[in-house]
Design a protein around this ligand. Structure first.
Ligand SMILES: [Zn+2]
Length: 488
């Protein structure tokens, strides 16, 4: 821990910090690192393993071997990790390189559907589970081999047995008795049944109690998730040997919000397994790529509960996922950062990713109509629209109700106002523009990804304006959540 302020990659341990997805590290790193440096922030650089990045062999495979949604940035694990570490060292900035969202799930498409609010309730099959674990191990191997990874986040939301929430008490008792050995069951139940009180910021207190039946219900709901999470933790530990790393558990990719009792149960059981948790991500009611529009006082209240429990049980900080708002300029909506700061006393981790690519698209869309950058934007927009319309027509996996609604809305808007054509803020585009990065020609070239990097790097004027905007976006996050000088 003494080397914390040394430039380059490290494992931060439990420290408040921003975590930023570097989908196009070639283009986003300069602005992000300048902002980290300007505020003396040790921050996190990440990509999600379940969606955004993938092992090199997947990135390099022929088109069509894998789903378009898998590793959709076209940036491999090895590439973003080594590039992030190298550039941070050069810039004199301390960073943590994170393997984000190791998702245990049936398919990469199912993982992406969740972003659009579609949560399949079908349980993953034993074969799918085996395949998913093998894939995740391959990904962990590549991360470990870089020698710079400092944090792993797992997402086992797909392993929750949601049916448990709807069972009668009698049924819960019966199934619990069947699925847990008597000694294990006795020990588990001894951990619950009384009120637990935890300290919260500002001299406040949070009290939670879990009844015996509730504990049995939660045990059934989380049994598989806890088991697989522990397997992944132990695998990471084995791969990293003596190297320190932090471990983040996320439960957030669910249709419903996480109940504070679930946080208490999950972390208590995790601790009983003798395992550490440095960051914990409950679902606090945030939607992806949308400002928070709900009841601010209620958000603050539930965040305080999760925070106090995570601190009290595991000394963990909350990690806030789905941190991007409706536009690159809106944060997460007015008052949201303030509510989170009040609830956590400023001790939190906060993740954003998609918004940097949205910023790039917006800036290209604003260029003069005949310019090279604007033409590239037009091509990207048209290609994404075409791909999605084809997907809807064919009833493909991306053709979820939300997408169909967003496409209809876009058509209506353009009809009413032709100037809305190719609007970078059209919802269907904001939610799906990332697909352009993984469109490939017959030779396997990612022509839009390559063209974007070439254009931005080659146009000095645009490049410096873009770096400034990336820096400003990052500073809004750092300042909004009070992350400056986070190593003290
Ligand atoms: Zn998440």
């Amino acid at each position: 821990m003494g080397k914390l302020s040394k430039p380059g990659p490290t494992s931060l341990g439990v420290v408040k910090h921003p975590a930023i997805g570097i989908r196009l590290p070639e283009l986003f790193l300069p602005g992000i690192l300048t902002a980290y440096k300007a505020r003396n922030v040790a921050g996190d650089l990440m990509l999600s393993f379940g969606r955004e990045t993938a092992p090199e062999q997947v990135i390099k495979a022929k088109p069509g071997v894998w789903e378009i949604t898998r590793g959709h940035t076209g940036t491999s694990i090895k590439k973003y990790m080594t590039m992030g570490a190298r550039e941070a060292t050069k810039a004199g900035v301390t960073v943590e390189i994170e393997a984000d969202h190791l998702i245990v799930i049936g398919s990469a498409t199912a993982a992406v559907q969740r972003i659009a609010g579609y949560h399949a309730e079908s349980h993953i099959s034993p074969q799918e589970l085996k395949k998913s674990l093998e894939y995740n191990k391959l990904a962990v191997d590549e991360a470990a081999a870089t020698g710079v990874v400092g944090c792993f986040t797992t997402d086992t939301s797909d392993l929750f047995w949601l049916e448990a929430d709807r069972l009668s008490a009698a049924r819960v008792r019966k199934l619990f008795a069947e699925r847990f050995k008597p000694t294990e069951a006795r020990k588990l139940l001894a951990r619950y049944g009384r009120k637990r009180t935890f300290k919260a910021p500002g001299g406040k207190q949070v009290s939670v109690s879990i009844s015996g039946v509730r504990a049995m219900r939660l045990a059934l709901k989380f049994q598989d998730s806890l088991k697989i999470n522990a397997q992944i933790y132990r695998y990471c530990k084995r791969k990293l040997g003596r190297k320190p790393f932090s471990f983040e558990i996320s439960l957030d990719e669910t249709a419903d919000m996480t109940d504070p009792k679930e946080t208490l149960f999950y972390l208590t059981e995790w601790k009983a397994l003798g395992l550490p948790c440095h960051y914990f991500a409950p679902n606090i009611g945030f939607g992806k790529r949308a400002d928070f529009k709900g009841d601010m006082a209620a958000l603050e209240r539930r965040t305080r509960q999760h925070h106090a429990i995570a601190q009290g049980v595991s000394k963990a900080l909350l990690s806030i996922h789905s941190g991007s708002g409706t536009t690159p300029y809106s944060g997460k909506g007015k008052g949201t950062y303030e509510a989170l700061l009040a609830a956590t006393g400023g001790e939190l981790k906060y993740k954003i990713s998609g918004v940097y690519f949205e910023l790039l698209m917006e800036m290209l869309a604003a260029l003069a109509p005949r310019s090279k950058g604007r033409k590239l934007y037009n091509e990207i927009f048209d290609a994404v629209l075409k791909l999605l319309k084809t997907e809807v027509r064919k009833g493909g996996p991306l053709a979820q109700p939300l997408l169909i609604e967003q496409l209809d809305k876009y058509d209506r808007q353009v009809k009413r106002n032709p100037r809305k054509k190719r609007d970078p803020r059209a919802d269907f585009f904001r939610f799906n523009s990332y697909l352009a990065l993984n469109m490939r020609d017959e030779a396997g070239k990612r022509y839009f990804r390559d063209a974007l990097v070439k254009y931005v790097k080659g146009d000095q004027e645009f490049r410096s304006r873009f770096d400034e905007e990336v820096k400003a976006l990052t500073l809004r996050l750092i300042d909004g959540l009070d992350f400056a000088d986070n190593l003290g």
